[in-house]
Design a protein around this ligand. Structure first.
Ligand code: 6PG
Length: 245
């Protein structure tokens, strides 16, 4: 199945791109629900994600979303204690998830590090959660982009990139700290109607250029993720500096 080419939306700066993506998400959730759906959203970690989450909350009063009928997942998670500030879910809860009326049973966090639990056990548990409570695809999957072209916690030339047949994988030796992570696999990331990249800052310009043009997937994992219905890149002028426009 060929998937549509990415659409690039260039905004002036990080806040503008976060605001545009946030309003787009709110409208997508509302339209999915108006069509009778219960949208499953995959959130991402990273700094632009925090700006995005805060903007979703700030604009949430402008769009009629029934938050009790939204399922929230994470494309990746750091394998740290639940209370560790590095945890993607903790950051998202602070910025959005605990401030809207989500059904707690529809908030699907990857297991946190705790005594006796290996990162492999945690990844297997998250994979089972996806099989049991997942919708088979995400309505919208948000992804950041690393300066090395990584998405979620799938890093260039890392063995986790090659894992298939399971929706989640343990990542050891992450080049981006912390070193232990859980990530959706490429095949799971590609089970998304809409993939929306959030890409801000000059340090992402080369990765974004490669991700949209010629990078082989092992070297530019972002090349390997596209939505079945759409892929949209919300970016800013600084990160779009190397794109042909
Ligand atoms: C993580 C993220 C990771 C992130 C990118 C971009 O857990 O670290 O999921 O994939 O999205 O590294 O992060 P920044 O937006 O902070 O550059």
């Amino acid at each position: 199945m060929t998937r549509p080419e990415p659409e690039v939306r260039v905004l002036a700066d990080a806040q503008s791109l976060a605001d545009a993506a946030a309003l787009a998400l709110l409208n997508r959730l509302a339209s999915d629900q108006a069509a009778g759906g219960t949208p499953h959203v995959g959130l991402t970690g990273g700094s632009i994600a925090r700006t995005f989450h805060r903007s979703v909350l700030a604009q949430s009063g402008d769009v009629d979303v029934d938050w009790s009928r939204v399922d929230v997942w994470w494309g990746d998670e750091r394998f740290v204690a639940a209370t560790d500030p590095e945890r993607n879910a903790l950051q998202a809860r602070e910025d959005l998830v605990d401030a809207v009326a989500l059904d707690p049973a529809r908030i699907h966090e990857a297991p946190a590090a705790e005594a006796g639990l290996s990162v492999e056990d945690a990844a297997a548990a998250y994979a089972e959660e996806l099989r049991t409570h997942g919708a088979g695809s995400f309505s919208v999957l948000l992804l950041g982009l690393g300066p090395d072209g990584h998405v979620a916690s799938l890093f260039p030339e890392h063995p986790a990139l090659e894992v298939d047949g399971v929706p989640a994988v343990a990542v050891r030796d992450s080049p981006k700290p912390p070193p232990l992570r859980i990530s959706l696999t490429l095949e799971a990331l590609n089970r998304a109607d809409a993939v929306w990249f959030l890409v801000s800052g000059e340090d992402k310009a080369e990765a974004l250029r490669a991700a949209l043009t010629d990078g082989p997937v092992p070297q530019i994992p972002a090349r390997g993720v596209r939505g079945t219905v759409e892929t949209v890149v919300f970016t800013d002028e600084a990160a779009a500096g190397l794109l042909d426009r």
